[in-house]
Design a protein around this ligand. Structure first.
Ligand SMILES: Nc1ncnc2c1ncn2[C@@H]1O[C@H](COP(=O)(O)OP(=O)(O)O)[C@@H](O)[C@H]1O
Ligand SMILES: [Mg+2]
Length: 308
C-alpha cells in the first residue's frame, strides 16, 4: 500500500538563514506508530509544522494521502490532527465549545456523539462546561488532544506530548493512543524521552541537526546497534585483570568483584563460551552471571554524541 505520508528531500531554511532541515526523506506507513527521537533543536517541530501545512518548505516535497501539503493544503490538513508542543488555547471559551468548534474548522458536520466520546476518553467530560482558563496545565493539554481528535483525523501528530505531564495524563494519553492505533490511525510522536519510544513505537527515527540519521523498526534497530553485556560476579575478588584478557571488551569493576564483558549481540555469540573457558583456565571462577542489552537510550546517545 502507498505510504500515507511521503517526504522527499525536504529542506527548510528560516528567514535568518538558519537551515533547520537538510534534506529529509521519509515514508510513513498507514497505521504505524512512528517515534521521532531527537534532542532540542533537532528540527522535529519544524518537520511536523511543514507536514501540517503550518510552515512552508524551502525545498522538496511532502505528500499526505497522495496530496501535496502546499498545493492541496485543505485536503491534507483535514486528514491530520495535531497536538502542538506549546499550550495554545482560547482562555475564555468552554471545553465543549472549543472542541466542537475545532471540528467545524475542518468542514466536518457537527457530531456531538463523537465529541462526547473524545471528552470522556480524555476524562474531560465533567469539565465540558468549564472555561479553559479555569483548567490546570494538564487539563489544558487534554483539551489540545481532544481538539486534535475532534475531526476524526487519519493521522495524529503528538509533538512532545508528555513533556512536563503528570503520570496520570501520560497513562491516559497512551491509552488513547492504543485505541487510535487499534482504529487504524497513523501516529507520529516526537519525544526526547527514549523510554516512551521504546514502549509504544513500531518504528523509531532519529533526527539530529536537521538530518534524519536513521529510521528503523524498533526491534531491528535494537538488534543491529544494540550491544550486550555479560556480567560475572566473581567468587574471589581480583586485584587486576590478567594480561591475557587485556583489551578484549572485558573490564574489572572497581571493587574487583565483578567482570563486565561488552560484546556485539549479533556477531559475537560464540565469544562468550570462549571467554568462560579461558577464565576457567586462569582459575577465575564466578558464582553468578547475567546479561543486559543496551537500551535505546544507549543507542541514541551513541548516535547523537550525547547532545541532549
Ligand atoms: N522561526 C524560526 N526562525 C529561525 N530559527 C528557527 C525558527 N524556528 C525554529 N528555529 C530553529 O530551528 C531549529 C529546529 O527547531 P525545532 O524544529 O523547533 O526543533 P525541535 O522541535 O527538534 O526542538 C532550532 O535550532 C531552532 O532554533
Ligand atoms: Mg519541538
Amino acid at each position: 500500500m502507498a505510504p500515507i505520508i511521503s517526504i522527499r528531500n525536504l529542506t527548510k531554511t528560516y528567514n535568518n538563514g538558519f537551515q533547520a532541515l537538510k534534506g529529509i526523506d521519509l515514508d510513513v506507513e498507514r497505521g504505524e506508530i512512528l517515534a521521532l527521537l531527537g534532542p532540542n533543536g533537532a528540527g522535529k517541530t519544524t518537520m511536523i509544522s511543514i507536514i501540517c501545512g503550518i510552515a512552508n518548505p524551502s525545498g522538496g516535497e511532502v505528500l499526505v494521502g497522495g496530496h501535496d501539503v502546499v498545493k492541496d493544503f485543505r485536503a491534507t490538513r483535514s486528514m491530520i490532527g495535531l497536538v502542538p508542543q506549546e499550550l495554545t488555547t482560547d482562555q475564555f471559551e468552554t471545553v465543549w465549545n472549543t472542541v466542537s468548534f475545532s471540528r467545524g474548522l475542518y468542514g466536518k458536520k457537527a457530531n456531538p456523539a463523537h465529541i462526547e466520546k473524545v471528552l470522556r476518553d480524555l476524562s474531560l467530560w465533567d469539565k465540558k462546561d468549564n472555561m479553559l482558563r479555569q483548567l490546570s496545565g494538564g487539563m489544558k493539554r487534554r483539551v489540545l488532544i481532544a481538539k486534535a481528535l475532534s475531526h476524526e483525523p487519519e493521522i495524529l501528530f503528538l509533538d512532545e506530548p508528555t513533556a512536563g505531564v503528570d503520570v496520570t495524563l501520560r497513562k491516559d494519553m497512551w491509552h488513547v493512543v492504543e485505541n487510535l492505533r487499534a482504529a487504524g490511525v497513523t501516529i507520529i510522536l516526537t519525544t526526547h524521552y527514549i523510554e516512551e519510544a521504546e514502549e509504544i513505537a513500531d518504528r523509531v527515527g532519529v533526527i539530529n541537526g536537521g538530518e534524519l540519521l536513521l529510521v528503523e523498526n524498533k526491534a531491528s534497530l535494537m538488534a543491529k546497534l544494540g550491544r550486550k553485556q555479560l556480567i560475572l560476579e566473581l567468587v574471589e575478588p581480583l586485584r587486576e585483570l590478567p594480561e591475557a584478557f587485556a583489551g578484549n571488551g572485558l573490564t574489572l569493576a572497581a571493587d574487583g568483584n565483578r567482570l563486565v564483558y561488552d560484546f556485539d549481540a549479533e556477531n559475537d555469540q560464540n565469544s562468550v563460551a570462549g571467554l568462560l573457558t579461558r577464565l576457567g583456565e586462569h582459575n577465575i571462577h564466578f558464582k553468578d552471571l547475567s546479561t543486559q542489552q543496551s537500551s535505546l537510550e544507549d543507542i541514541f546517545v551513541a548516535l547523537v554524541g550525547g547532545a541532549k
